[in-house]
Ligand binder design. Structure first.
Ligand SMILES: [Zn+2]
Length: 385
């Protein structure tokens, strides 16, 4: 039994997800394919009561006290002050958290206002902050995320490549969680997760066909980044984020996604660029390009006035402008008056698998293993049981 996982998930949930008997075939990684992942659903709970309608449910506060049978609906109130205990159906729970799961079996689904979810849900209050976290097996998690990250209508080999990449990313995050209360968020910060509503038969086929398959390096899951389209070449994490990680993710040529023409442009006020540097410069200032990598991506912009200069990293620039507007760092820019226009290709950070490139390769008859080998050179595909 993996000690880390065992400590993270109380025994009741281990039983819930069937994580008791663990066998490892062919790989010495410390995780299993049905390991539970913790997905943050919500932390912006408004003041006042939180109501959730759940189908046939059990709940408990402390895991050692076992599950308590309930009716089909639960009314959970976290209150908005630590002075008020969490209540379930008006009964106080003398813990700072409460778990809820389906009543009949672990495969029961839970309905909240914003969707339907497999597995269990955990409400937690810490001081004045709240969280709702979905605990579920990784394979079930993939059913709810794959179709949000790649169109279910795409070629099945592309979907299978995405399934392995998404599974690998999820398992990496379980080993390297974002927060003590959850492993991943449900947004593009990690992988978009839509729960049961996002499930699709073709997604299910891709997940089942690759069950337990994971990309590893030195016997551990890699942080399998992926993005929409690279625009001709992928990039290294060190260039994009100035950090490398354990897996030496290489940049690779991708003359594939550009078979699907795509270009974008956006306009930003020059004074905004200066504000985002956090520095002050005499105006007017001129803009210069920083380093441009061999993949065509720009690392930074330099704002220059006399002998003063301020540097703005392009990843930070994207976060301020918006990732959906400044779609990549593979752009040219033009300063016109008090505005700067950006014209670019590619969509996403450019690290790891290029999804549109994967689609093109699938259309050419490549298998998902060939697609993954192209975008993650040096990683192995191993099977977790
Ligand atoms: Zn590409």
């Amino acid at each position: 039994m993996n000690k880390k996982i065992f400590q993270k998930f109380p025994l009741g949930l281990l039983l819930l997800f069937g994580l008791v008997a663990i066998s490892r075939v062919g790989v010495a990684t410390d995780i299993q394919s049905n390991t539970a992942i913790r997905v943050l659903l919500d932390r912006a709970i408004p003041k006042g009561k939180v109501h959730s309608l759940l189908l046939s449910s059990y709940y408990r506060g402390n895991p050692s006290r076992g599950w308590i049978r309930s009716g089909k609906e639960l009314d959970i109130s976290l209150g908005y002050s630590p002075a008020f205990p969490i209540q379930v159906n008006s009964q106080p729970v003398n813990e700072s958290f409460v778990f809820v799961r389906g009543g009949q079996s672990p495969s029961d689904k839970l309905r909240l206002q914003d969707g339907v979810f497999r597995g269990a849900l955990k409400w937690t209050r810490k001081e004045n902050s709240f969280s709702v976290v979905n605990y579920l097996g990784v394979e079930d998690y993939l059913l709810g995320t794959l179709g949000e990250e790649m169109s279910p209508s795409w070629e099945i080999e592309a979907l299978k490549a995405q399934a392995v990449a998404s599974r690998t990313y999820a398992l990496y995050m379980i080993n390297n969680p974002k927060h003590e209360d959850y492993d991943v968020e449900r947004t593009t910060q990690d992988q978009v997760y839509g729960g049961v509503d996002a499930e699709d038969p073709r997604v299910q086929s891709a997940v089942r066909a690759t069950q337990g398959e994971v990309l590893t390096f030195n016997q551990s899951p890699i942080k399998a980044f992926f993005h929409s389209r690279c625009g001709g070449s992928t990039e290294t994490p060190r260039f994009v984020w100035n950090h490398g990680g354990v897996f030496p993710q290489q940049k690779v040529s991708c003359p594939y996604c550009i078979r699907f023409p795509f270009a974008w442009q956006t306009i930003v006020k020059a004074e905004e660029l200066l504000r985002w540097t956090g520095l002050s410069l005499k105006t007017p200032f001129r803009i210069e390009s920083g380093d441009r990598g061999s993949s065509g991506r720009l690392a930074s912009l330099k704002l220059v006035s006399g002998n003063q200069r301020a540097v703005l990293g392009t990843d930070l620039l994207r976060s301020h402008v918006g990732y959906t507007k400044l779609k990549s760092t593979k752009f040219n820019w033009r300063q016109e008056g008090d505005e700067v226009s950006f014209h670019g290709v590619g969509n996403g950070h450019g690290v790891g698998m290029c999804q549109w490139g994967a689609r093109y390769l699938a259309q050419q008859g490549k298998t998902y293993k060939e697609i993954l080998a192209h975008y993650y050179p040096g990683a192995l595909i191993q099977v977790l049981k």
